[in-house]
Structure formats: structure tokens, C-alpha cells
Design a binder for this molecule. Structure first.
Ligand code: GCU
Length: 610
């Protein structure tokens, strides 16, 4: 965990910013003031508020010399100020701007957000932070006209300390959020999902004691069944404080003094510890305390390993009954962000008979993994190294590493999270494989207790198009041979599925990270009519038994739970939606839903009978 904190600090310090980002874990268990709600906004397609007419940033020197960040108001009728947050429109936060205002549906560029807030600290020596659940894609953050920092990456949390900068009354928090796409970014310019922009997740004012617990990790000691390992990181002047980790219900606790880096590692034995699994998602209340700080959380313990071509959960072979999910609330056609959204999406997955979900293709909000813990659903989390990224660009690699480190720092205590995925459908090549290998190494170093993989691709045997081969050299470094296959949709018609045979190079568990076909909910025709429910259902009826024949097949996450918005889907019947959901964007199930559900019910019965 020390490496994790240092890594985040180092990467954050890389960019020329006023302050470095801070990791604040378990934010929902802290003293916070919500900054959610209506924010004043200015849509700024020419970055007039950020760049002067010579296109130089107003905060080039770190000191803000002009622009909207100052939230300035004309002193009198003579002063020329060509913006005014007090009279500008508002947008809801959390929320993407695209679904809130028709004019912004396709908008990619800068939007300025401004929130005024007061501070009411519970103790004078306490510290204050502004916490972002996420901001897509790039965020320049200012408080009372001072630059706090620039965050890049749209799907992981970040925070800035404002102790000493915040006033008691009338603080002006200004954020320039820009979701323009760039070749060297992560993700890059081309995605099959909507580029929702904005302050898309919870915004919080966080108060902590002078020295606080910035992060902690609890887990089952590798190889053990009832030994709990805990590590705690303190942030503040009093680094060598006593740290205590206790599990009241288990009647166990451990205490030690943190080292000079504010780190403490503790171990304790929990006789008869109930392990977490989808069938019994056992969670334990944990209390982490040090000095004036105390955190409470609910954590589960389990092991996830592989053996040959099997995936073992707590040492037992398990079949992964999964589905892919985008972080979108389909009925409203917006970015999902709340616990209620998570409940809706995971509720549908549960109704499908799933014990596993792939959160595609970027880290979803924290509510998803927390609810998956409670509901007993295993989770695959992924960073948006999607399709063709700038493999030889060092900043792109650093960005990808940071997103990986951020999601691990946020979700490392979630028993439900069992796979870190570092990429999706990336083209085989030396630079790419080197890039991905370094992400795998990073994930293993930051957290050696989960599986690491990626969604790889398939190619056909040049001599026999019915012979599919999975021999991506990157497979050497992953724990799963996980790949996407679309025989019967992008490759031929469903009848081809029955005649396919597979060769998978590496003797590892085979996992189908995507397979699927489009269907417009409610459109019925014969099974050869594309976009009909019958075509999609036939696709599934043929695909599932075909997958069962692949040696080492251990599970799948078909593409996709619900239809989702995509700027690449322009056919009339698609109307800007990817229609591969087994549930329509009206929330209605398609015929394929029951085909998949029946298959999973059989698998669940077979697993339970073992
Ligand atoms: C790809 C990709 C998805 C995409 C899907 C599709 O495999 O990973 O992001 O939406 O195929 O084409 O529907």
C-alpha cells in the first residue's frame, strides 16, 4: 500500500500544479458536507475563460491572472466583466451535462462549474479537502481564485486539500471540466460509449483531524483461511501514532504504532471466519482508529485464485455467470452515479441469475462495488485502455497507471472485486504488449490478491475460417484467457456458431468477456432478421452451448445488460443506441434475457450440486 500512496503522490506531483492530489479512502464513512445539487455553469466552447486571446492559459504561472477561475464581479457600472456565475444557468451535480440540456447532448469541450459554500469546522486544527467522485475528463480546480490542481482521467476519485485556503463564509469553488477527446488520452478518441461530460459523481467537502487515516486495506492473508491482514496509512504531522484495527462482531482487534511514514501493518486470527461468496456474502464491521480519527466500514474476506483452467473462489471451483454493464441509467439515458442507480443495474443482473458482472470499460462509481459486496456479486473492474491507445507515449502510460492505482486504492477492500482488467480489444503488437505488461505488473504489485486480465481478441485460422484461435502473446501475463467473440453477429450468421471450433494457446481459465447481438426491444421477425429479438435469442441459444464446448471454459459476461447510448450507432433502428442489451433502454426484457437466465439457472444448480 506504501507504493500505492507514493505512486499516486509522485504521478500527481508530475504535473505543474499548485497542490498535489490527496487520496482519501472510505469517504462515505467520514465527516463530510455534500456539495451536490445545483451548480452555476458557463458553457465555454472557445475556452474564453481559460485562455487569453493569445491562447495562453491564465494560470500558466500557477498564479491565476484572469479568466473565469477568479469568479470576479463588476465592482460598478463602469467595470467590464464579460461573465457572471451569479446569473448563469445551472446544472445538477452529480450528473453529466449531455442528458440535462438538449443543447449539450453532443457537446464536447469546456464547461465551467461554480459552487459557493461556507465552512463550519468541528475543531480549529482540523483539515479540509474537496473530494471529487469523478470529473470527465479533465478538471482544472480553483478555490477563491487560487489554482488547486488539474486532474486527468474521468472515472476515478481525487481530492485537494484546502486547509488554510478556505474562508468561513462564501468560498468560491470553480472547476473547468473538459471532455474533449485526445489521441494520447485514456480512453483515446474512439469509443463505443457516450462521452458524458461533467462532474459526474458525488462532490464532497471532507473534514479530517490534523492527522487522519488516508487509506487502509484489510484482506485475507494469501494462503490462509482465517488470518486477516490489515495495513493503514496515516496522513499528517503525527505519523507515529498508535493505530488500532478491530472487528467488534468477531471480537478481535490488533494495535501497533505506525512507522515514520505513517504506516502500520497488522495481523490477527479470526477463528471460524465466514468467507464471502455470492451464495453467502458475509461482511464484517471493521473499525480503524488512530489519534482523533476513526473509520468504520463493512468488509468481506475471500480468496480468488486459478488452478489450471479453473477459477477457484475460496478454494472451490466456480463458474462465472456474468453480464457486462455500462455505467448508464438507460431509462433516463444518462451517466449512472447513485446507490439507487447501482441497485437498479445490479438488481437486473441478479434477476438474470448472475454471480458476476464486468463493469465496462472504465471504473464505475463506488456504489457499484459496495452494493455488489452486499448483494453477493463478483466484479471485474477495468481501466479505459480501449482499442488503439498511444502505446509509446510515456504520459499515456502514466495516465493509465494512475487510473489503475486510483481504482485499486478506492476498491481494494471490496470482497466482490475479483478481477482487475487493464484493457479491452487492443491490437496485438510489441509496443502494446509492453504497455499492457507494465500495467499488469503494476496491478500485481499494488494488489497481489486478485486476478489480473484484459479483454483480448480472437482471429481465424487463415486456412479455416471456422477455426478460431486465441494466441494473443499478452495471454502469457494474464490470469485468465479472456476474450471477446462475436461469431454470428459481426462474423457470419448464427448458423455459423454451431460449426466453430476453438484453439486457445495458454492452459488457463477461458473466459468470454463479450459476445452478443443487437435487437430492438419489441421488434419481432424471423430469426434471420437482424435487430429482431428472434435473431438475438437465436444467437444466444446457439452461442451458450458452443461456449460450453471450449476446453477450460469457466464463465462469460455477454455484451450487454442494457442498451446504451453510443455516438457510433447511427442506423435508423439504432438511433444512437447500441442495442445489444438483453434489456431494452426502456427497461423491458428481450427474449434473449430468458435464454441466458435459463442457462445460468442450470449452471447455478450444477455448481450447487458439486
Ligand atoms: C466491442 C467493444 C464494446 C462494443 C461492442 C459492440 O467488443 O468492446 O465496447 O460496444 O463490441 O460492438 O457492441
Amino acid at each position: 500500500m506504501k507504493k500505492l500512496i507514493l505512486l499516486l503522490a509522485a504521478i500527481a506531483a508530475g504535473a505543474s500544479i499548485a497542490r498535489s492530489e490527496t487520496v482519501i479512502a472510505d469517504v462515505f464513512a467520514r465527516t463530510t458536507t455534500s456539495l451536490n445539487g445545483q451548480w452555476r455553469v458557463i458553457v465555454d466552447p472557445y475556452d474564453t475563460g481559460y485562455l487569453d486571446y493569445r491562447r495562453l492559459p491564465y494560470d500558466e504561472s500557477g498564479k491565476v491572472t484572469g479568466g473565469f477561475a477568479l469568479d470576479h464581479h463588476a465592482k460598478d457600472k463602469t467595470e467590464l466583466v464579460e461573465y457572471n456565475f451569479d446569473t448563469s444557468p445551472t446544472l445538477n451535480v452529480p450528473g453529466d451535462w449531455n442528458s440535462q440540456n438538449e443543447k449539450l447532448f453532443y457537446y464536447e469541450g469546456s464547461v465551467w462549474y461554480r459552487k459557493k459554500f461556507d465552512v463550519n469546522k468541528t475543531a480549529p486544527d482540523h483539515r479540509l479537502f474537496i473530494y471529487f467522485g469523478a470529473a470527465n475528463y479533465e478538471a482544472d480546480v480553483y478555490l477563491n481564485g487560487k489554482k488547486l490542481g488539474t486532474h486527468i482521467g474521468g472515472f476515478t476519485p481525487f481530492a485537494y486539500e484546502i486547509t488554510g485556503l478556505a474562508k468561513e463564509k462564501g468560498n468560491s469553488l470553480v472547476v473547468r471540466v473538459n471532455n474533449s477527446r485526445h489521441v494520447e488520452a485514456v480512453p483515446t478518441t474512439n469509443t463505443d460509449w457516450w462521452n458524458y461530460g461533467g462532474l459526474t459523481r458525488d462532490m464532497l467537502l471532507v473534514e479530517t483531524p490534523a492527522t487522519f487515516i488516508s487509506n487502509f486495506r484489510t484482506r485475507l492473508k494469501p494462503g490462509a483461511t482465517n488470518t486477516i491482514e490489515a495495513s493503514v496509512q496515516l496522513d499528517g504531522a503525527e505519523k507515529t501514532q498508535a493505530v488500532k484495527v478491530s472487528f467488534p462482531a468477531l471480537k478481535i482487534a490488533a494495535e501497533m504504532t505506525a512507522d515514520t511514514n505513517g504506516r502500520a501493518r497488522l495481523e490477527m486470527t479470526a477463528p471460524g471466519l465466514a468467507l464471502w461468496s455470492p451464495e453467502s456474502p458475509a461482511l464484517n464491521d471493521v473499525v480503524i482508529s488512530s489519534g482523533a480519527d476513526e473509520l468504520k466500514d463493512r468488509v468481506g474476506f475471500r480468496s480468488i485464485t486459478t488452478s489450471g483452467t479453473d477459477v477457484l473462489l475460496n478454494g472451490r471451483k466456480v463458474f462465472l455467470r456474468g453480464i457486462c454493464i455500462h455505467e448508464e441509467e438507460p431509462l433516463a439515458g444518462r451517466r449512472a452515479w447513485s446507490a439507487a442507480d447501482a441497485k437498479e443495474l445490479l438488481g437486473w443482473a441478479k434477476a438474470l441469475g448472475c454471480n458476476f458482472v464486468r463493469l465496462a470499460h472504465y471504473p464505475h462509481n463506488e456504489h457499484m462495488a459496495r452494493l455488489a459486496d452486499e448483494m453477493g456479486i463478483m466484479v471485474w473492474e477495468e481501466i479505459p485502455v480501449y482499442w488503439t491507445i498511444a502505446w509509446t507515449n510515456a504520459a499515456t502510460l502514466a495516465n493509465a497507471k494512475k487510473q489503475l492505482a486510483n481504482v485499486i486504492a478506492r476498491d481494494q477492500n471490496r470482497a466482490s472485486v475479483v478481477v482487475w482488467s487493464v484493457a479491452n480489444e487492443t491490437p496485438v503488437g510489441a509496443a502494446r504488449t509492453k504497455f499492457l505488461k507494465s500495467l499488469v505488473d503494476e496491478a500485481r504489485e499494488l494488489d497481489g490478491t486478485r486476478l489480473v486480465s484484459a479483454a483480448m481478441e480472437v482471429h481465424a485460422d487463415p486456412a479455416d475460417p471456422l477455426h478460431k484461435i486465441v494466441d494473443d502473446p499478452f495471454g502469457e501475463f494474464t490470469d485468465l484467457m479472456s476474450f471477446n467473440e462475436y461469431v454470428g453477429w459481426y462474423d457470419g450468421l448464427p448458423e455459423k456458431i454451431d460449426r466453430i471450433r476453438w484453439t486457445v494457446k495458454y492452459p488457463k481459465p477461458v473466459f468470454i468477456s463479450e459476445c452478443g447481438a443487437d435487437a430492438k426491444q419489441g421488434f419481432h421477425a424471423d430469426a434471420l432478421t437482424r435487430f429482431s429479438e428472434e435473431y438475438q435469442a437465436d444467437f444466444y441459444r446457439r452461442t451458450l452451448p458452443m461456449l460450453d464446448k471450449i476446453p477450460g471454459f469457466t464463465g462469460c459476461t455477454p455484451w450487454v445488460l442494457c442498451d446504451f447510448r453510443s455516438p457510433r450507432r447511427l442506423l435508423d433502428i439504432q438511433d444512437g443506441w447500441n442495442l445489444k442489451g438483453v434489456i431494452g433502454h426502456n427497461g423491458e426484457k428481450k427474449m434473449a434475457f430468458d435464454v441466458l437466465k435459463n442457462y445460468y439457472d442450470e449452471k447455478a444448480k450444477a455448481d450447487a450440486a458439486k
